[in-house]
Design a protein around this ligand. Sequence first.
Ligand SMILES: Nc1ncnc2c1ncn2[C@@H]1O[C@H](COP(=O)(O)OP(=O)(O)OP(=O)(O)O)[C@@H](O)[C@H]1O
Ligand SMILES: [Mg+2]
Length: 534
Amino acid sequence: MVEQTISEYDFLNMIKDSDIVKSVTREEPILFSDKVTKKNHFGFNQERTLIITNKAVYNLKKKELKRRILLNVIRGVTISTLNDEFIIHCNDIEYDYQFFSKRKKIIIEIIAKYYYIETQQELKLFLLALKSLDTFVTTKKEKKKNMNFSRMPRNGLTSISAYIYGTTSQKLVQQKEATVKKIGKIFSNTNVDNTNFTKLKTIGRGKCGKIILVTYNKTGDSYAIKSIRKDQIVSEDILDNIKLEREILSEGQCEFLLSLSFFYQSPERIYFVTPFIPGGDLYTLLKKKGHLEEDLVRFYTGQIAIAIGHLHEFGIAYRDLKPENILIDEDGYLKLCDFGSSIHMQGTRKEFSFAGSIEYASPEMISGAGHNIMTDWWSFGILLFELLYGSLPFYSLNKKRLFELIMMSEIKFPKFYVNENEECINFKVSDEAKDLILKLLEKEPGERIGKKGLNDIKTHPFFGSLKFDDLKNKKLQSPYKPNVSDEEKFNNFDQEFLDMDVNESKVDEWVNDYKDWFNDFDKNNGEEQEDEDY
Ligand SMILES: Nc1ncnc2c1ncn2[C@@H]1O[C@H](COP(=O)(O)OP(=O)(O)OP(=O)(O)O)[C@@H](O)[C@H]1O
Ligand SMILES: [Mg+2]
């Protein structure tokens, strides 16, 4: 028998009930148990015990098993936004279940999660502002008469992510509708679409979609298209981030920030088109080289400092500084990309949300103490360390341990590395570099270098030999130039991405329910319209 681990949602402590474990759930871990009310097809309420495992939902009368519904026969769940009622809809051979539970949100989250693991599909959810869901229940009798009959609603108003991240209130549904509408407004009015580009290769992949290398049919020039799924923008409530991402990309005032060439939308996605930067990203370079020489690191971090300082001037915290987000152009200069985590800091207010990757996150961000633009100088310190030493100053696969290291551990500088011939070679890192790292990786943001602005960083002895004006005007020779010839350029990108299909994955269906809204906005050609008051 498998070892049962204790779930915090095993409210009836079924794990201790050896009869149940032995005869009912057997090998399956008990993820949830509680008393629920079941409504039968005569309309009577019955007290039942509901158990959920990673494979099935169990309905028991006292200790007697009445029914086991496998997760993969579930077709959807209808949820009342007004009370504790919900229906589990099943496939052709099984009839539906109508339940009441104060803990329905937990129940549905668990079912959804394990349904996804079992089927690789998102569970369909239907949020209805109705006091009774009776008309949506398919009974045993109806199934007997006609196996294909189903009362499950047709148009789901929400996806599982919206349910899990949001609340089940009617307000959520309204907010979501308003957001979808706003996306249409912001991202309409463009003169290109997918037909103007020929897709060549996938060169990257992020949270919300792939990055594809394309040629613009009209000119033959290369661009990178980042597409972002609208359902994810809505579900994850990141419209403001996407808006800011577009603003930063469009600004075009800093040489070391990626700029936007076009943007457009389809009913399902937003597209950012940026010039193709052919040298790949710093992560890929670092992986190839192990670590970088100090002169090159100075040349690189000087540009990144200028880019970060530029964003800070506008009150923007970048919040996702890491080698993956730094691209190398054909001259060996850098472009910072991916402003999806950036945020406008309002006055002296602190921000409490988490963004970016934990390994690069500052103590004040991970502790939830509240952060401001100083969080970027911490990440800058991590980046500086990583480029010089080829490893991270704080690292553990265990998240809790990683948090502890970031919060409490001192910096240790590696002394040597093992090269490809398995020889131990001493690192040649200057005291100035180490001093800057220590000053950047100061746990107290008020004490950290950078608090007086970019000049604080620029005047540190590590940058003593770097002529910032020449760097800014791109008058310096880069110590490293990538090979961007037609034959070699794909070597600058990770094979894992290059092997990916360039076609788009399927977007959550409910987005199509709002198609007309997007069409309307396109007809208006982006002219500003007053928002309707929701
Ligand atoms: N214009 C470009 N030219 C070349 N490569 C690019 C370009 N834009 C993005 N890439 C590659 O694609 C990768 C992912 O892009 P990006 O960081 O913008 O997306 P993301 O990580 O999905 O963003 P988000 O964190 O907002 O989901 C980058 O690390 C980079 O390797
Ligand atoms: Mg990224």
